[in-house]
Structures are given as C-alpha cells and as structure tokens.
Design a protein around this ligand. Sequence first.
Ligand code: NAP
Length: 303
Amino acid sequence: MLPFARITIIGIGLIGSSVARATRKAMPTARITAYDADPAVRETVRALDLADDVADTAGASVIDADFVILCVPVGAMGAVAAEFADDLPGDAIVSDVGSCKGSVLAALTEALPGATIIPAHPVAGTERSGPEAGFATLFQKRWCIVTPPEGADALAVERVAEFWRRLGADVELMAPDHHDRVLAVTSHLPHLIAYTIVGTASDLEEVTQSEVIKYSAGGFRDFTRIAASDPTMWRDVFLTNREAVLEMLQRFSEDLSQLQRAIRWGKGDELFDLFSRTRTIRRSIIDQGQDDAREDFGRNHEG
Ligand code: NAP
C-alpha cells in the first residue's frame, strides 16, 4: 500500500522538483499537486509536467492532501505554513526537506497548532537551483534523516519514512537538535569554509583573479563547487542553525590555530599524523558508497 495517495509539494526548486520526479516514478498512482510562490516556476512546472495539478495559492494546493511536503528555504517554512493553515485537512501529515530541523519544527508547530508534523532532511543535493535542476534519482542510496518531535505518532513517522524509502533513500531517525549538531559539522561548517576560501582567494591583491582561475585545479576548484550553492538557502541555514554552527566554528578555529602552530614550529610529524587520519576518513566515505571512488571525482583527463 502507498504511504500517501494525495501529495502536495510546496516550493518546486532543486529538491521539490526532484521529489516530484521521484514520486512520479516510484508511486505513479499517487496524485501530485504542486505550488510555488513564483508564477514563472509554476509555469515551468506545468511545461515540464512535473505534477498532476499546479495550484495558484498555498491554501488551494493542500485542500484534499494527505501529505504536504515543504521544499522552500528554511527561513520561509513558517510563513508558507501560515498561508495554508486554514485549508489543511485534519488528518494530513506535514513534512519538509529543510537543512535545519530544530528551528523548522518550532516554526511549523507555531503556524499549524494541532497538526501532525514529521520533519525530515534528505541529505542529497547539488549546487544548482530551480525546477529544471532536479532529477528523479537524486535521493537514491542517500540518507534521509527523519526528525519526529517527542511523542510523535509512530504510524505517521513510519509513513514518512516509507515515503522516503520508496524514493530510494536510506532512512534514519534522529532528534531534531542532534541532527542540527551533526549537520553543522558535516555540511554547514564545510560550506562556511568554502565560502571563506573562495572569497579570500578572489580578494587577494598580490594574486590576480585570472591566476586564481587558471591554477584552480590545485584544490581551489573543488571548494568553488560548494561555494556556488544557493545564497538564499545558505543564508537561512546559518541564521537558523546559529548555535550549533557557532559551537562547531569555535572548535574548528582552535584546530586551525593548532595547525598554524605546527607549521610555524616545523612539527612535520603532527602534520603527517593529521593528514593520514583524514585520508582514512576519505576512504571510509567511499567504502560506504557516499562518494565516487574514481580519482579526481571521476573528472575526464583525456584530450
Ligand atoms: P531552490 O531550488 O531555490 O527552490 C526553492 C523554491 O521555493 C523556489 O522556487 C522558491 O521560489 C520557492 N519559495 C520560496 N519561498 C516560498 C514560499 N514562501 N512559498 C512557496 N514557494 C517558495 O532551493 P532548494 O535547493 O530546492 O532548497 C529547498 C529546501 O531544501 C531548503 O529548505 C533547503 O534547506 C533544503 N535542502 C537543500 C539541499 C540542496 O543541496 N540544495 C539539500 C537538502 C535539503 P523563489 O525562487 O521565487 O524564491
């Protein structure tokens, strides 16, 4: 049996359009209704035939839904939920795909008192945005972390988990606050570092912009992919997961200072030990199927 039969997706960007495409493939008999605040996006959704219905308001999109999944930036979750609160059927389950969970759960609970809210975060994405950027296999063999509030209805949690399994994801349950600390280390801090490095390199006066681009294969290029991620999404992530990010940033600054000292005092053994440890971490990510094992991320070096 399908976990849901009438699915509403709100926010049809990279993630929302991927959810639509993957749902069509995995659950072809489920009816998909889409809504996006941007009329141009709604037109694209119609042109690409990503949904059975495209609504012109958030309220109209949820009217007979049994599952509503919010795929808007985390800072917009509360406002969009307030827009459809009066039209939400009493037995519908509301979820989202936001990259931070504590703040989203709080915003949705405030906007939708009494509703069944089971937040989730598919740990999958690219640096692209918009409805054309999505694809049906985005969630295949990726983790989806479901973060139910304390005391959540077990059947509702299982239906949301089953939805993600059908889209190809491996599901893990986690408390919202724990999720935010884990993702602060594995995703939010790396993005902050990439934004900093790319910004610093482009500001350096003694190195020209053209040299930075010309010799980017030395490492810089791999940071630029992360630093090209959507500015709205990442602004919201840092503002809403502030506490956990600041805590991890403090730890990172201390470790960076230690490295600085090791370089200054010529402590080669210390550097070698750290770099050996990090190489092992890279190996275990590949062994667990979370990245491409091919050299240089599978880039083609022929010709
Ligand atoms: P995206 O491509 O920019 O799509 C977001 C869409 O939501 C846009 O079409 C946007 O329209 C629309 N929107 C914004 N505010 C709205 C509102 N109040 N009502 C209705 N629609 C609204 O972003 P995305 O990358 O798919 O990210 C969406 C969510 O997924 C975010 O919460 C993000 O944290 C989460 N996520 C992202 C990734 C990733 O790698 N990208 C991975 C996992 C989870 P406008 O363009 O007009 O603003």
